[in-house]
Write a new protein. Structure first.
Length: 330
């Protein structure tokens, strides 16, 4: 759940054998273990369970890496530690990376974990939002910081933005349950999950199904690291590929590992398991089945550039560098 999905969450929102086979492509480091860090985009949860699997199974250790997983959070942005070299790789999102590059940060996107952006409109099934046009005449609860996201969705689908009443809310399902709003802008993997766990029937409309193409959970590295620490980045990404393929094969085991690794994080098993299950179709697709975890094409980049322009983030295709994944996937 990459940085804030609201003012607090978004703004400040194969089998295990096959997985191990993918990892075997990583170069074996002949020297002592290299200490590197992967900067996560949010607090520990099943959102990052693929990384936990890579760590738990020693996949990075076997490739010569000692990897630290640095949690993110509302006061822990991803980009600064990557620029500073504290983290070798960070998990961000294309819009955040585009903003950082516009300010001079030397980033490249080297992998795309979520093939579909997780932003969704969450509503009660008794009063559903099934398509963008259903938003007209509705009250939507959201952080005002995410207004560009809603505007972009409206532009992409010829919806009258002014016909929607935006109600500033905290990132919680409570305003929807209380009838204060008709729907919420959320991530597919959190507020709808909270409602479902509470036994409240809800409907989600994934923005990605209606033209909102912004890569999320993207791996970023600096130009300097790509030039001078390439073998370490390849090994790190190979471990990620292996870990996430194993996660896909058994989300229940991935959930239990998360709970055992972070017993004091206040994680509820039912919630974490449902989140893990709902994350799979966001991360895996026909494209990744054909080319491997983290992949993208020129066409998906073109769609990202179009949507990012609606968010006032103007980028070119060279923001994405697929050479690391090409080495990992052979």
């Amino acid at each position: 759940m990459t940085r804030s999905r609201s003012i607090t969450r978004r703004h400040a929102l194969a089998s295990s054998a096959a997985a191990l086979g993918a990892f075997s492509l990583a170069p074996r480091m002949a020297l002592a273990q290299s200490q590197v860090a992967l900067q996560l985009s949010w607090l520990h949860s099943t959102q990052f369970a693929g990384s936990y699997i890579a760590l738990d199974r020693g996949l990075w250790r076997d490739a010569g890496l000692e990897v630290s997983l640095l949690p993110g959070g509302p006061n822990a942005p991803v980009e600064p530690p990557v620029v500073a070299g504290t983290a070798l790789v960070g998990i961000s999102a294309a819009d955040y990376t585009a903003a950082a590059v516009a300010e001079g940060a030397p980033f490249k996107i080297i992998g795309v974990a979520m093939q579909n952006n997780p932003f969704a409109i969450t509503s009660l099934t008794a009063n559903p939002v099934n398509v963008p046009a259903d938003l007209e005449g509705k009250r939507i609860g959201m952080a005002l910081a995410n207004t560009p996201v809603l505007r972009a969705l409206c532009t992409l689908n010829d919806v009258d933005f002014d016909a929607i009443e935006v109600v500033p809310t905290q990132y919680s399902p409570q305003p929807l349950v209380a009838g204060e709003v008709d729907c919420l802008l959320s991530w597919e993997t959190d507020l709808p999950v909270a409602l479902t766990v509470q036994g409240i029937d809800n409907t989600t409309m994934l923005l990605a199904d209606h033209g909102y193409a912004v890569h999320s959970q993207t791996y970023i590295a600096t130009d300097d690291s790509l030039a001078n620490r390439r073998a370490e980045i390849v090994a790190l990404m190979a471990g990620e590929v292996a870990g996430w393929n194993a996660y896909r094969a058994d989300t229940e085991a991935a959930t239990d590992l998360t709970l055992s690794m972070f017993p004091d994080a206040g994680l509820d098993r039912d919630t974490q398991l449902l989140q893990a299950e709902r994350q799979v179709p966001l991360m895996f697709s026909d494209l990744t089945d054909a080319n491997g975890f983290g992949w993208w094409t020129d066409e998906t980049v073109a769609a990202n550039i179009e949507t990012l322009a609606l968010l006032d983030r103007n980028v070119t295709a060279d923001l994405w560098d697929r050479s690391i994944l090409e080495e990992v996937h052979g």
